[in-house]
Design a protein around this ligand. Structure first.
Ligand SMILES: O=C(O)[C@H](O)[C@H](O)COP(=O)(O)O
Ligand SMILES: [Mg+2]
Length: 303
């Protein structure tokens, strides 16, 4: 495995690297921002790439927001971006459910364990759902809940899918309800299974962690539809029609972003050290996932 190229501070190497690509797939959390904190020179870097005629696509595993929500966040942070350029795992999951899985009604309803981003994208694809941000599920479990879930009277017979994503309101009632649907044969999907979430320059439990209790109880793994799933790559390629050899994936996480680019046979991958993984994680002997190049912060590309 060839050593990744360190680009920070090397103008000629940066230019040589950028000239190899026409399309950049950008991860968001840990690359553009850490929660509501925008990393330095991110708008300038994206502007520079646009002015150089590059196509930009924002590919995030964060399912708590819809594409429309991301457009608002980009606007708030002074980043020029179109909603059509956003490809989130909540959108990826909604498209998969509506157009690929396409279960016949009425048993095509989704029990959502996650936030509004998933609900909005399911609405956009006219997929029925329950759970999610419904306050009826944001409470403690009662003895009646145990009885109602066990005898099925508290369950919706039309639920045929359980979909988990990052859930900041995970609780026992949601886990128990999802578990009952899975025991009754519902399909098990996840927007993504990232173990951690980079926020406020620290790491917090990610979607994989908030969904872990359901996985363990059910003794089953969900079909994960976010990075590094190549189902997501095919969907993005199908939408943006780019030449993979002239495309680069930019990300902070090896086992999602960089793996996504490598397994997707993209022309290149660029690691940014402002999120989950540190350079030691891919420079050490025997690292399985190694990016083509790396920078300390994304803004180094315009420094
Ligand atoms: O737990 C999660 O969902 C992830 O940490 C978060 O979604 C990562 O988002 P990304 O880095 O793909 O933008
Ligand atoms: Mg990230």
């Amino acid at each position: 495995m060839s050593q990744p190229k360190y680009l920070t501070g090397d103008k000629a190497a940066i230019q040589e690297f950028l000239d190899r690509f026409d399309v950049f797939l950008f991860d968001c959390d840990g690359v553009l921002w850490s929660g509501d904190h925008l990393f330095p020179k991110v708008p300038e870097t994206l502007d520079m790439l646009r002015k150089a005629g590059k196509q930009l696509v924002f590919v995030t595993n964060n399912s708590t927001k819809s594409r429309a929500d991301y457009k608002k966040k980009f606007d708030k942070m002074g980043i020029e971006a179109k909603v059509e350029e956003v490809f989130g795992s909540s959108y990826s999951a909604a498209v998969y459910i509506a157009r690929i899985l396409a279960l016949p009604p009425p048993k095509n309803k989704v029990f959502v364990v996650g936030e509004t981003g998933i609900e909005q994208e399911l609405d956009a694809e006219s997929v029925p759902y329950i759970g999610g941000t419904d306050p009826a599920f944001r409470r403690d479990m009662t003895p009646d809940d145990f009885a109602g879930l066990a005898n099925g009277s508290a369950l919706d017979p039309d639920v045929g899918i359980v979909l988990t994503g990052l859930d900041f309101h995970i609780n026992y009632l949601k886990m128990a309800t999802a578990h009952q649907y899975l025991q009754r044969g519902a399909k098990f999907l996840a927007t993504n299974i990232d173990s951690s979430l980079p926020m406020s320059h620290a790491l917090f439990p990610g979607a994989g962690s908030t969904g872990a209790g359901i996985r363990y109880a059910a003794g089953a793994d969900p079909v994960a539809l976010g990075k590094p799933s190549q189902a997501m790559m095919e969907a993005i390629e199908g939408k943006f029609h780019f030449d993979k050899a002239r495309t680069c994936m930019v990300g902070d996480r090896l086992n999602t972003d960089i793996k996504f680019g490598i397994e997707g046979k993209l022309g290149g991958t660029l690691a940014v050290l402002t999120g989950v993984n540190k350079k030691e994680d891919f420079l050490r002997e025997g690292s399985e996932v190694v990016p083509m190049a790396y920078v300390d912060v994304l803004g180094d590309l315009v420094a």
